[in-house]
Write a protein that binds this ligand. Structure first.
Ligand code: GRF
Length: 200
């Protein structure tokens, strides 16, 4: 059984979607740890309710990113975690974690990267009056939402679209797409083109 660690900073709805498919027996994986940098995040409540162990930290309690990442890397290695799954984790991954987990960190972002990287991608798309946006799942490198893309799904922005309605459309797709891509990565180690096509 493959082991994953989910990193989140906020509501954790993607974390919940992953928990749900595992509990439904549709993803042969175990969530060994939730890593959260926001002690008040709702993701922590979700983890507790589902008996997922948590590592909660405040970045400012550590002298540097390298220091907290060293601690996280040691925990993940002790737990034999195979894959790091970023789900609304609002920090850049630094070289300490990247070195240990190179090619084994994935992220989900609410836009068609390279469009609208960084914070508030939904707000950026609306402000740009874009007709389309989407969801991207990609491997993580040292950049901000720049690593190799695994899969993307396009979403039409309606004329009368609000932030709430667009967020809902995006989340509906995210909650299906992330578990299905994790399934492919964890059971086959890669995502083939035919499989990518099937997710659309
Ligand atoms: C998601 O939209 C994800 O794409 C982005 O942050 C959001 C996290 O939402 N990286 P949640 O905490 O999973 O509800």
């Amino acid at each position: 059984m493959k082991k994953i660690a989910v990193f989140a900073s906020g509501s954790g709805s993607n974390f919940q979607a992953i928990v749900d498919v595992i509990q439904a027996g549709m993803l042969p994986a175990e969530i060994s740890l939730l890593v959260c940098d926001q002690p008040g995040a709702f993701a922590i409540e979700r983890a507790k309710a589902n008996e997922v162990p948590c590592f909660i930290f405040k970045a400012k309690d550590f002298p540097s990113k390298a220091d907290y990442e060293k601690e996280i890397a040691a925990l993940l290695q002790d737990l034999n975690v195979d894959l790091i799954v970023l789900a609304g984790y609002m920090r850049l991954i630094g070289s300490t974690l990247l070195k240990v987990y190179e090619g084994r960190i994935v992220n989900i972002h609410p836009s068609m990267l390279p469009e609208f990287p960084g914070k508030d991608a939904i707000g950026q798309a609306l402000a740009a009056k874009a007709k389309w946006t989407g969801v991207t799942i990609h491997f993580v490198d040292e950049g901000m939402d720049t690593g190799p893309i695994i899969v993307q799904e396009r979403i039409r922005i309606a004329e009368n679209e609000t932030r709430e309605s667009l967020q809902k459309k995006i989340q509906t797709i995210e909650h299906k797409l992330y578990p299905s891509i994790l399934h492919m990565l964890l059971t086959q180690g890669e995502v083939t083109n035919e499989e990518k096509a099937r997710t659309y």
